[in-house]
Design a binder for this molecule. Sequence first.
Ligand code: KG4
Ligand code: ZN
Length: 368
Amino acid sequence: MLILGIETSCDETAASLVSANDKNIKVLSNIVSSQTKLHAEWGGVVPNLAAREHVKNIKTVLDLAFKKSKTKPKDVDLITVTNGPGLIPALLVGTNAARTLSYVWQKPLLGIHHIEGHIYANFISNKISVNHKSKILNPNSDTKFPILCLVVSGGHTQLIYMKSHLNYKIVGETLDDAAGEAFDKVARILGLGYPGGPAIAAEAANFEIRNSKFETSLPRPLINSKDLNFSFSGLKTAVLYKTKEFRKLPVTDYRSLVTVLAHEFQQAVVDVLVLKTIKAAKELKPKTIMIAGGVAANKELRKQLGKAVKKELSITDYQLPITDYSIDNAAMIAAAGYFRWMNMDSAQKKKGLNNWKTLEADANLKLK
Ligand code: KG4
Ligand code: ZN
């Protein structure tokens, strides 16, 4: 079936056409118009500015998605849209566009939870899904349940256990800042700009090159706690104090200190995320480990978690989305929509045609 995905929950206007069946989820087009440059001036996303940009861009993004996929609206079987959580002025643009298209085209409509989308990015067919025997997996048909998914985005840090499709149990979460939020705040402290994740990762990659004589160590919050929760706000404060300390040093090479701090901060976050994921896996014994969300684009996290899974959980598969589907996009929304749709009976599917009347954007939508 052909599924249109629409995503406008934060600062990306995205549309995608996905062709899905019980074997494959193939992305035909994945158009993302990012507003990061616009928001960088304010050091974070300004909700009303985001909404104004979504309104400006949504039609072009949709047109491009159809053009690139070589499909037509009449071919669409299902429209899916992120209806929460996120910034309400931003969500309203996507949900209202989707409701209008559903009414005009007479196509069923489904609202999708943004995090469900991130998780289901793991089910898009791509070459990097391999199991512990290095066999390339077709995620849609080969994935083994139960799954343990580490969700790490700008707003969420959670360990989610899935016994089966669309069945979520949150077994650990952050007590304060999300991992992505910590990257963004620390990047601001270090003067590295917005969005902080890619900026810190790029700066940390200079660590070896600079070969700095400065050394520093940051805490690994809750790393030894008995539960599966996270906390990143103290780590951010620790960076703030270190920066103040460093500023007092009689050094001219302040940039080198920034590199050392960026590297150590990234490693502290990765250490905690990897350790807690492995701890959860030892307790819950999933057959597959997945990662999801914008921070899942982080190369060190991808690599180090992969190594740890191989070393500590030898028979567990490790699956992850390609970077384009880790950060916000609409293909993941369409992919999640496919599984929601397949889980519905014919009466529910029929009701999908009337969803344009009632679909609501909800800034605090819960994952169920
Ligand atoms: O999932 P996402 O695109 O949007 C939300 O749902 O929040 O995640 C955005 C977050 C931002 O905090 C951004 O700094 C972080 O993901 N991020 C990264 C990287 N790329 C994006 N964090 C670490 N390393 C990256 N390479
Ligand atoms: Zn996201």
